[in-house]
Design a protein around this ligand. Structure first.
Ligand code: C2E
Ligand code: MG
Ligand code: MG
Length: 593
């Protein structure tokens, strides 16, 4: 028995030592828990058991407010459900998780923190606790943002700096490479910053640069980038100015002109007005525009163009691509002239007779109004020279409005002459014009005001305007048809004729395109198309007219196919009003269509 005593004492001592060690460890753990690092302990079911003082300071809750709850109470909308599910799965498999998490404080503020979670297991290996510690990342984030601001933005103007602009330009070039569209780079250099700095001092120079930055930003759209390259050099990236090269150049040029106009307004510097000027260089990119393959090369091109602008007397704009510049300036001039021409009443209508074969003789049923432009320098211009431009620039709206007005006035005037009262008048309407809100109401008002009978007005539409707009087109047509206006589908056979569409449209007539009439006698497939258009019209219960009839042979063939309405040089060219009225008086009887 006795010999057991020392052993027992030894074991007692050992147990005491273990107990002390455990107590020491506990004290260490307690000390750690009491440090300045926020910490939280939960049980295995994630119910909060303890939080330390640093935690309550960070989150704004007292221990009583959180104990018994789960950390779910701190969640923000920053993360989705998957984020939390992944976190739990990682803890389950590895026993730990760490990462950035955005939580909500008691006061509602959401902020980023770095969180480390460790799982605690008992001797049997079962999960008993989770311990989480945090580091507040708000200050780091702020610093990061500040670094970003310093690295990518110009301090004086807060505009993107050269680095960021370069990056955006590179990205825009890659995008146009994929999409086949065009972008533009404008490079701007203020003409006399040095003189201003020398005479008024640098603070004034800085104030000027800030005002330039503001004006530039106001001239562009959201997806464009205005940046300051340094000194008095600014650059503007227009990432998408359209697919057609000339049109893209015209759009970039119009932004550049807007910038020049804006910068030409005097600036307020101190107590006085200051008027300076800028020189602009423009280079297009995308779709092989100028051959520049990267941002640096393009910047050089724009810079070269800018120096040319400076050399040409400052306060101007130069294109890198001279041929393009010439094409654009021609177009721009035409656009300016057309705008003025519409206002100065330089447009006029010619009338091409439409005839019907009735009881063995041709009778005039009406005319198609075809617009002409009496250009002050270039003489009488046909619509092929200016309608496409008008459509691209939006001038088609005032132009089309003028045509409709003139046509309705004429219809109203014929109405008061018994010999001409039966004439109907066909008017071409462009898609952009027809799709304008209020088109139908405006036209109905116009009919009333001019005394033109709605049933004598025939609007010529094209199939292409149906694409993507079928519902609007049908609704507008129906509204007008209800008042008697009739519709003819122009250039029929050249478009996207789908029976589906045709059946939905309240049409009166199909117009066989002149392209099929031209070779009617010699080209079997043209003849087949003409024949099927006529059959289609008959099947749908529509009238049919052939345009571009230039010979009796064509007219006879068309008649054999079942078409007895015609328009074309064989009958008459488009005529000025007086000639048309004389033609009506001289030729066959005027008869209703
Ligand atoms: P469109 O509506 O198909 O007009 C028929 C065109 O064919 C007219 O050309 C007419 O002069 C021409 N033409 C008539 N008969 C013959 C012929 O026997 N042989 C040949 N080779 N040509 C003939 P124009 O006046 O140059 O008009 C061209 C196009 O311009 C028109 O084609 C129409 O799409 C458009 N257009 C004309 N006036 C207006 C308008 O007021 N508004 C709109 N939006 N477009 C118009
Ligand atoms: Mg037409
Ligand atoms: Mg036509």
């Amino acid at each position: 028995m006795l010999h057991y005593l020392p052993v027992t004492r030894q074991r007692l001592h050992a147990t005491q030592r273990q107990l002390h060690a455990a107590l020491d460890e506990l004290r260490v753990a307690e000390a750690i828990f009491a440090t300045t690092q926020p910490a939280m302990i939960t049980d295995a079911r994630r119910r909060i058991l303890r939080v330390n003082e640093a935690f309550t300071e960070l989150m704004g809750y007292t221990p009583e407010e959180v104990i018994g709850n789960t950390p779910w109470m701190f969640r923000s909308n920053h993360h989705d459900g998957q984020f939390y599910a992944d976190m739990l799965a990682t803890i389950g498999s590895t026993g730990r998780w760490q990462g950035e998490i955005w939580d909500r404080r008691k006061n509602g503020g959401v902020f980023p923190k770095w969180m480390s979670i460790s799982a605690v297991h008992n001797a049997a290996g079962e999960l008993t606790h989770l311990v989480a510690t945090y580091t507040d990342l708000s200050a780091q984030k702020q610093a990061q943002q500040q670094i970003h601001q310093l690295a990518f933005y110009d301090r004086l103007t807060t505009l993107p700096n050269r680095t960021l602009l370069h990056e955006r330009l590179q990205r825009a070039m890659a995008d146009t490479g994929r999409s086949g569209r065009h972008g533009a780079l404008l490079l701007l250099d203020w003409d006399d910053l040095k003189a201003l700095n020398d005479s008024l001092g640098h603070p004034m120079g800085d104030a000027l640069l800030q005002q330039i930055a503001q004006r530039l930003a106001a001239c562009v759209q959201d997806h464009d980038t205005v940046g300051r390259l340094g000194g008095d050099e600014f650059a503007i990236v227009l990432p998408d100015v359209g697919s057609d090269r000339e049109q893209a150049a015209a759009r970039a040029e119009s932004t550049a002109q807007a910038i020049l106009r804006s910068l030409a307004q005097p600036m307020r510097l101190g107590n006085s007005d200051y008027a300076g000027s800028a020189s602009l260089g423009l280079a297009l990119f995308g779709a092989g525009a100028t051959g520049a393959t990267d941002a640096d090369q393009l910047l050089k091109q724009a810079e070269m163009a800018m120096y040319q602008a400076k050399a040409a007397g400052r306060a101007g704009l130069h294109f890198f691509d001279a041929a393009l510049e010439q094409a654009i300036s021609g177009r721009l001039q035409l656009e300016r002239e057309l705008r003025a021409g519409i206002a100065r009443q330089e447009l006029l209508l010619h009338y091409q007779p439409q005839v019907a074969l009735r009881d063995g003789s041709f009778r005039t049923i009406g005319a198609e109004a075809l617009v002409r432009w009496q250009h002050p320098g270039r003489g009488l211009l046909g619509p092929g020279l200016f309608i496409p431009l008008a459509e691209e620039t939006g001038l088609i709206a005032p132009l089309g409005q003028w045509v409709l007005q003139a046509a309705c006035k004429q219809l109203g005037a014929w109405q008061r002459q018994p010999a001409l009262a039966q004439l109907s008048l066909a008017v071409n309407v462009s898609a952009a014009q027809f799709l304008q809100p209020g088109f139908a109401t405006d036209l109905l008002a116009l009919l009333e005001q001019t005394g033109a009978p709605a049933q004598r007005l025939k609007l010529e539409l094209t199939e292409s305007m149906l694409l993507g707009n079928a519902d609007t087109v049908v609704a507008t047509m129906a509204q007008l048809q209800a008042h008697g206006v009739r519709f003819s589908l122009d250039d029929f056979g050249t478009g996207y004729s789908s029976l589906q569409y045709l059946k939905r449209l309240p049409l009166y007539q199909l117009k066989i395109d002149q392209g099929f009439v031209r070779d009617l006698e010699h080209n079997e497939s043209d003849a087949a198309i003409a024949r099927s258009v006529i059959a289609l019209a008959q099947g749908l219960g529509l009238a049919v007219i052939a345009e571009g009839v230039e010979s009796q042979a064509q007219q006879r063939l068309l008649l054999d196919m079942g078409c007895s309405n015609y328009q074309g040089y064989w009958f008459s060219r488009p005529l000025p009003l007086a000639d048309f009225e004389a033609w009506c008086a001289r030729s066959a009887t005027v008869t209703p269509a």
